[in-house]
Design a protein. Structure first.
Length: 638
């Protein structure tokens, strides 16, 4: 229908939602040759055809005006049918093309032999088909357009600082290393790092996080996000295809090109419906001729069957929902790489979390200590780069404790650190904890000042995520390389059903297989690096904490932020998506089951006949209903 629409991968036309056809010969399509094939074109052809149909209906020169409408208004359908047949993919355009061609050829023949013509039916059919397609395209483009919506996040221009002066340039002129000035309320033009200023950034459109994120010097920012009340100077680090948003768009495009099982089923059904329509149409023609109903009446039934059976609604039933769900996922902070992955989420029985960096922050935090011990330990450890030292210094800052100056600092391998504060020797050494926590003892001139307990910090988000997942009837498991004591403690804290401790990275996939051997459908949630084999083995692989790395190959779904609560959203979206797909397939197939016999004339003995023009209107309305039903998914709260 829109030969000017091209892309490198299979997918749906952004104008009408029909499947794109593989183009074997690029030379035959010149640039601009098909300009004007758009929603406006269908509306324009509709008005012209309507004006020409009026004299036909009134009986004025039906042959002349009917011929003009056939070639002017019907040409888009004839050309579309030719492309489908050339690609050996007969579909909607083929059915319409055959229907209007049959009606026109018979009418021309009937003029010369004195039979009743079908010019009235032909012109009204083409006119209504044009109007119906205009309605469909408006509805479909509203439900489609995931990539268009994402591209709208980027500003058209950027305010760049060159030679101490600000100048506005187009986005295409930005280069890595450029410094841009972002005013309050403006969108970030490209990925970069803040080099001056402080502000809160609204990142909800790419991370799903509704609360603004504070940004200051050295913090990274993402293209398309919205600056708050402060002004920022940002050094551009990535442009064009290398930006995070470009990566998101690439994944959305790949997801739209991939197909779910339901879409494969609906595509197959649409193909068979096309075959049934063509065969059924000609069988209807023969049967009515055999019943001596007259060739004109038989042709009218043939046309009605071909039109009513157009598989447009069935062909769009699943792709439209999938397109919307892909966009909805991106808005809520997770990226669907494969539609099959999202489809698999609704059947998951158990969610297997990698502990470090997923359920926990992957960094030490103080769980128990008094201020005096923290002040002394942090003062000495301020000169160390050890992870425990960083945790102690961070805790002192959190408590508002002032650090003391240290002299004669010394690191003692395998033991800890020591130094002198106000003439006293202070030592910070490891101690036996007897549990999941790491114990640090603080000694002042050899006297025990206090013990500090540290542990991997559990994410508060993890508690809510596990609570919600269990409320949905799912079991929770955890896998970690940590000791039995640590794993047992975290499992108890979070209410985890099953855990695996002391597991090496290469052994994680074996644990997934173990769960699968019990008949469970497993979703594996990991960081996408050392968890790659397990993510691949699982029925659903989810990479958490991907940040700006949107090229993780081992996971079907990627979480933009380190928030396990998004797992709940994935499963809810999977359920909602499947429900909408089933609703659309039910409507599209049920409509044909009822409409086809009516179009063939099954109730003609009771005076009930479905005219071709009315059949065209019903066919178009069925597609509009499918599109509108799909759009309701946008309102789904995850």
């Amino acid at each position: 229908m829109h030969p000017e629409v091209r892309q490198e991968k299979p997918g749906m036309c952004p104008e009408c939602g029909m499947n794109l056809i593989l183009e074997k010969d690029h030379k035959e399509h010149g640039e601009g040759k098909h300009a004007g094939h758009s929603t406006r074109m269908f509306l324009r052809k509709f008005w012209v055809s309507l004006a020409l149909t009026i004299p036909v209906v009134l009986g004025f020169y039906p042959w002349i005006f009917g011929t003009i409408v056939f070639f002017y208004g019907g040409w888009v359908f004839l050309a579309g049918a030719a492309r489908e047949l050339k690609a050996r993919l007969p579909g909607m355009m083929t059915l319409i093309g055959v229907a209007i061609s049959a009606a026109y050829v018979w009418s021309v023949y009937a003029v010369f032999v004195g039979e009743d013509t079908l010019f009235w039916e032909l012109t009204t059919l083409i006119t209504i088909m044009l109007f119906g397609h205009w309605l469909e395209m408006r509805a479909v483009s509203g439900a489609q357009g995931a990539l268009k919506e994402l591209s709208k996040l980027l500003p058209d221009t950027a305010e760049i600082i060159r030679n101490g002066k600000n100048e506005t340039v187009s986005l295409s002129e930005l280069r890595e290393g450029d410094v841009v000035f972002v005013r309050p309320g403006a969108r970030i033009p490209s990925d970069g790092v803040v080099i001056e200023g402080r502000s809160d950034i609204n990142e909800s459109m790419v991370t799903g996080e509704s609360a603004p994120v504070a940004k200051s010097v050295s913090n990274e920012v993402i293209a398309g996000t919205i600056n708050g009340d402060g002004s920022l100077k940002i050094k551009i680090t990535k442009v064009g295809e290398r930006t995070f948003l470009a990566g998101v768009m690439r994944l959305v495009q790949e997801a739209q090109a991939s197909k779910s099982r339901l879409q494969i089923l609906s595509d197959r059904a649409a193909f068979y419906l096309t075959v049934i329509a063509i065969v059924g149409g000609f069988v209807t023609l023969v049967l009515w001729l055999g019943a001596k109903a007259g060739f004109g009446f038989a042709m009218e039934r043939l046309v009605a069957v071909l039109v009513i059976a157009c598989p447009h609604a069935l062909g769009l039933a699943v792709p439209l929902v999938a397109s919307i769900s892909t966009t909805l996922a991106a808005r809520h902070g997770f990226l669907v790489k494969q539609r099959l992955a999202l489809e698999a989420a609704r059947n998951i029985d158990i969610v297997l979390f990698d502990k470090t960096g997923t359920l926990t922050k992957g960094e030490y935090g103080v769980t128990k200590a008094d201020d005096n011990a923290i002040q002394l330990a942090a003062s000495v450890d301020a000169l160390s780069e050890h992870v425990v030292a960083k945790a102690l210094v961070a805790e002192a800052a959190k408590r508002g404790l002032e650090l003391s100056p240290v002299v004669d600092f010394q690191r003692v391998p395998g033991r800890g650190v020591r130094g002198r504060i106000d003439g006293f020797e202070v030592r910070v050494e490891g101690a036996e904890s007897g549990g999941p926590e790491t114990a640090i003892v603080v000694l002042k001139n050899g006297e025990n000042v206090g013990t500090i307990a540290l542990a991997d910090i559990i994410r508060e988000e993890s508690r809510q995520a596990i609570k919600d997942l269990k409320a949905m009837g799912l079991k929770i498991a955890m896998i970690t390389g940590d000791s039995e004591g640590v794993a047992k403690w975290i499992a108890k804290e979070l209410g985890i059903d099953e855990y695996f401790a002391k597991v090496l990275p290469g052994e994680k996939s074996e644990k997934v297989k173990l769960l699968q051997s019990k008949g469970s459908k497993v979703a594996m949630v990991g960081d996408g690096v050392n968890d790659a084999p397990a993510l691949t083995q699982a029925d659903l692989g989810i990479a958490i904490g991907a940040g700006t790395n949107v090229a993780i190959e081992s996971a079907g779904i990627i979480l933009v932020r380190n928030d396990p609560r998004d797992i709940v959203k994935i499963i809810r979206l999977s359920w909602a998506t499947y429900s909408k797909m089933i609703q659309n397939i039910f409507w599209a197939t049920g409509y044909n089951v009822v409409a086809l016999p009516l179009a063939a004339g099954a109730l003609a003995f009771q005076g009930i006949l479905l005219q071709p023009a009315l059949a065209a209107l019903f066919m178009s309305l069925s597609t509009v209903i499918v599109a509108v039903n799909a759009m309701f998914l946008r309102r789904k709260a995850l």
